[in-house]
Write a new protein. Structure first.
Length: 198
């Protein structure tokens, strides 16, 4: 891929012991690599300390906000991404607290970027978390794409090696979402560029 290849960060939202998130994210990251339109970076929030105590000045009002040094690498990886796909379960009809903390510790990193979702859980397949994320990212001036991937009753869909029993439908859903993400990521990267167009 060229140095101008768009960057996609795939974010594993859940951090609990025994979580299923890495299985879903590994499947999606493979779909994203096969799509060949992004350089793919998988960010595992379980590897980052995410304190709940934010600084006194909200990130929106402080472009130079100080974060814990242990968060610097996460911040760098979020900042270079042109697009994100968040892999999230429903936790009590919403998102895991780990993901909300990671979002709230940042601000400009999400600005004018595009975001897609892969959800999984019981009956709702992550859709309740995804709908909350659309509201959250609207506040952060990010564009969430229409298409998504959802795995209701995820525990029946994957084998012990993390392969889907019936992969074609989810693969088509991932491709449709990645197509939309690529369109928006290209448009927003050009719009964010300080270079005049043309
Ligand atoms: C705190 C918590 C809340 C949950 N709430 C829901 C829920 O509202 N709806 C649902 O279908 N499943 C719910 N579940 C079940 C999760 O979908 C399931 O445990 C899934 O494996 C969680 O993702 P993870 O393994 O990556 O943490 C919940 C699980 C946890 C741990």
């Amino acid at each position: 891929m060229s140095s101008t290849t768009l960057q996609l960060a795939v974010i594993i939202a859940s951090v609990r012991e025994g979580r299923f998130g890495p299985v879903v994210s590994a499947w999606f990251a493979e779909q994203a690599r096969r799509h060949r339109s992004f350089e793919v970076d998988v960010i595992d929030l379980a590897e980052v300390p995410l304190p709940l105590e934010l600084p006194s000045t909200p990130p929106a009002l402080d472009p130079n906000m100080q974060r814990p040094a242990s968060m610097a690498e996460l911040t760098r990886r979020l900042a270079v991404a042109d697009a994100y796909v968040i892999v999230t379960p429903d936790y009590n009809r919403s998102i895991p607290a780990s993901l909300k903390a990671a979002i709230d510790w940042h601000f400009s990193q999400w600005d004018a970027k595009t975001i897609g979702f892969v959800g999984y859980s019981g009956a709702s397949g992550g859709l309740l978390a995804i709908e909350h994320l659309r509201q959250i990212f609207n506040e952060l001036n990010a564009h969430t794409v229409r298409n998504y991937v959802s795995f209701p009753r995820f525990f029946e869909l994957f084998d012990a090696e993390g392969r889907l029993h019936e992969p074609d439908g989810p693969a088509a859903a991932a491709t449709a979402m990645l197509d939309q993400l690529h369109w928006w990521a290209s448009a927003l990267a050009a719009a964010r560029s300080p270079q005049p167009v043309g």
